[in-house]
Design a protein around this ligand. Sequence first.
Ligand SMILES: Cc1cc2nc3c(=O)[nH]c(=O)nc-3n(C[C@H](O)[C@H](O)[C@H](O)COP(=O)(O)OP(=O)(O)OC[C@H]3O[C@@H](n4cnc5c(N)ncnc54)[C@H](O)[C@@H]3O)c2cc1C
Length: 398
Amino acid sequence: MARTRTDILVAGGGIAGLTAAAACAHAGHSVTLVSPDTPVTEPAADGSDLRSTAFLQPAVALFDKIGLWSDLGPQATALDGLRIVDSIGWPPEVRTTREFQSTDISDQPFGWNLLNWQTLGRLVQSLERHKHVDLCYGTAFKSMVQRDREVIVTLTNGDSIAARLVVAADGRNSAVRAAAGIDVATTRYGQKALAFVVGHAIPHENVSTEIYNEGGPFTMVPLPDQDGQPASAIVWMNPSAKALELADLPDADFAAHASERSCHWLGPMTLKSPRRIWPIISQRAQALTAPRVALLAEAAHVVPPIGAQGLNTSLNDIAALMGALTAHPGDPGADTVLATYRRARTADIRARVAAIDLFNRVTKSGTPWLQSLRLNGLKLVHDAAPLRRSVMRAGIGG
Ligand SMILES: Cc1cc2nc3c(=O)[nH]c(=O)nc-3n(C[C@H](O)[C@H](O)[C@H](O)COP(=O)(O)OP(=O)(O)OC[C@H]3O[C@@H](n4cnc5c(N)ncnc54)[C@H](O)[C@@H]3O)c2cc1C
């Protein structure tokens, strides 16, 4: 540990923690980031994150502002459209499709998609060069004593560090949140998501496709070509037992099931990566701040992976925290900073967690009346232009 005193201690070395460290440094503060693991930045390495994130317009604006987009952007694939396919039964029968075009609301794509291991790699590289950020891997937040003017943090390696603000970006089981005495409300759906990369015969044309049936959406997000073939990142949600069964299938059988579930929309699929499995929950912290502590990202909220909302909501937290730090220069842990941050984020987080929870319940259901509601809801939202545009703007967030 290089420092024993820092302006801001960020707990968590995921995409949110690294971005928060860059944003806090951009706001003029010294930052120490602690994380138990070194980020995995190679796709084939154990524990690599094979999910992708479609960074929506506000996320890109944040990366741009803090000088990270020039490193991330060249690797990313633009998303010009979102296609929703509504299907029922097995083999799936397509009932309707609707396309949402970014040009309907903006002269920019909806977002840019990047594999998480690539994003982590770029963020680490750029933060290693940052003179106001210390990256400390192999040690974690353990406990803290919150005083009027600072927080004394004890790390798992026994070191202590004094910080004026502690930022919790230490994930859904946040140790900082627990130490601050903040409770969470958690919903478990009995679902798991499989995340993997496929090659396919038909080009994706920069359109992301979500296919509803039951168990949860099957989402195909465009990637750059791989081995000369169009490629997409897939997130496939299922009831937990079925997801575990699928995870155990031989590659060729698994790819055949995935192609069937995709309604063969992009032609036959070939598996291009291992499969990773993620439990699906919804969770919201009962408060976003405690004295000299700010919660963000999955420490504050977790949503099912629908509509690219998870990490994008987290990046909106970071933009808001940076805004609060910039509006109130000086003490980064002052009540005014924390109150500004709370005001900016509480309602949006509450609304997004509630909306995605509802959306997940409707899209995973096999109940005929809910499937009818889903079909009619999709047609209504898409076909009424003012409603379509408001929903698209709300989905992008910011
Ligand atoms: C299948 C799937 C697909 C998704 N797709 C999208 C998408 O397309 N778009 C989108 O916006 N979102 C998406 N999400 C959500 C997104 O992936 C997550 O929100 C994001 O990865 C979480 O990042 P994080 O940094 O908050 O948490 P994590 O990545 O969990 O990082 C937490 C970090 O904290 C560290 N840590 C743990 N304990 C401590 C401690 N005591 N002290 C210090 N550090 C600690 C951990 O080691 C880790 O480095 C998806 C989620 C899933 C499950």
